[in-house]
Design a protein around this ligand. Structure first.
Ligand code: FES
Ligand code: FE2
Length: 351
């Protein structure tokens, strides 16, 4: 499937965009430079100077918030207009412009819009737990790069039955996660796949922040996909029969940025909601373990598997692959239908 252009994509965690340090990012094969303008604003421009095509991220941000090309010194403001030519009479040619992209800082992330439709930050999914929660309950804001099409990662996240095998013991168990019945719900352009697993041994990650003794729990996991590439997992544990409100949740944020057809940047973080209060330094130790275990699961288990899957698909050609579908694939089938419709609508508007 093609890429949806009219959508907000994560460029980076906001904490990684420092004043005076332009950053380059490629999204949907478009090279973009992102930088902080005067007063803490953010700008995103095509990362190519109209003079001799030098990438602008190799230049520097000036005190007035403009960006200076590192090759011959043309300066551009956040709207992409050239505001200074330091050579000769200083005449600015009419073509000295760079394409600007709508950009927005929200929920501790920098988002870029690539489509032609007017960009509305209200369309960014609600990830407010990332900014409203006490930061002591937020894990490391992390990222990794994978040599895969982003939809293979969506497939991975919307089918958490894989936790029973690929992340056995830490994030799931074959007797419980794989056997659990799933419910698939669609609401507009979101799809949620949920499981309820009563009286089961807790996955290691959840035991860590709850009883810490392996006692049985009621366990739930509900992964929601927001078109096209934001996923939020509400996964928690509670005492058997006590109800979700009595339990504790790890809200996982999975933000996929399609760089190209075979490269994806995966930003991730998690927030402990309704957290069991642990004294220091145990709380800090738990947070460090959560950050480390999640990174370990994604980099040493998911990433090699999904990259191998991508190679296996490419070996035969994706047009020759027709997946056998299982009950657990209900979510993947549903989100692809939504995405197909959005792509069709976008193509119709463009023509
Ligand atoms: S390439 Fe940018 S000023 Fe020459
Ligand atoms: Fe996984």
């Amino acid at each position: 499937m093609g890429f949806l252009k009219n959508a907000w994509y994560v460029a980076m965690w906001a904490e990684n965009l420092k004043e005076g340090e332009p950053r380059d990012i490629t999204i949907l094969d478009q090279a973009i430079v992102v930088f902080r303008t005067a007063g803490g604003g953010v700008a995103a421009l095509e990362n190519r100077c109209p003079h001799r095509s030098a990438p602008l991220h190799l230049g520097s941000v000036c005190a007035d918030g403009t960006i200076e090309c590192g090759y011959h010194g043309l300066r551009f403001d956040g709207s992409g207009s050239c505001v200074l030519n330091p050579h000769g009479k200083g005449i600015i040619p009419a073509g000295a412009r760079v394409r600007p992209y709508p950009v927005c800082e929200k929920h501790t992330l920098i988002w870029v819009w690539l489509g032609d439709r007017p960009a509305d930050p209200a369309e960014i999914p609600d990830l407010s737990a990332l900014d409203n929660s006490p930061q002591e309950h937020v894990t490391l804001r992390d990222r990794l790069e994978m040599d895969v099409h982003y939809q293979l990662v969506v497939d991975n996240l919307l089918d958490l039955s894989h936790t029973a095998y690929l992340h056995k013991g830490v994030l799931g168990n074959p007797q419980t996660t794989a056997a659990a019945e799933i419910a698939v719900q669609q609401s507009g352009n979101t799809v949620t796949v949920s499981r309820w697993m009563p009286a089961v041994p807790p996955p290691g990650l959840h035991d860590l922040m709850f009883h810490r003794d392996g006692a049985l729990v009621d366990h739930w996991a509900a992964m929601t996909w927001h078109a096209p590439s934001v996923l939020v997992n509400d996964a928690g544990v509670t005492r058997p029969g006590a109800g979700q409100a009595e339990g504790t949740t790890l809200l996982g944020f999975h933000l996929l940025t399609p760089v190209s057809r075979r490269k994806t940047i995966y930003h991730f973080a998690a927030v402990r909601m309704n957290p069991v209060p642990f004294p220091e330094p145990l709380r800090l130790e738990i947070m460090e373990q959560l950050s480390r275990l999640r990174r370990q699961a994604f980099t040493t288990e998911d990433e090699p598997m999904i990259e191998a899957q991508q190679r296996a698909i490419d070996h035969v050609g994706e047009e020759n692959v027709t997946p056998v579908l299982l009950e657990v694939d209900g979510g993947a089938v549903r989100y692809r239908r939504v995405l197909e419709r959005l792509l069709k609508d976008e193509a119709a508007c463009a023509s």
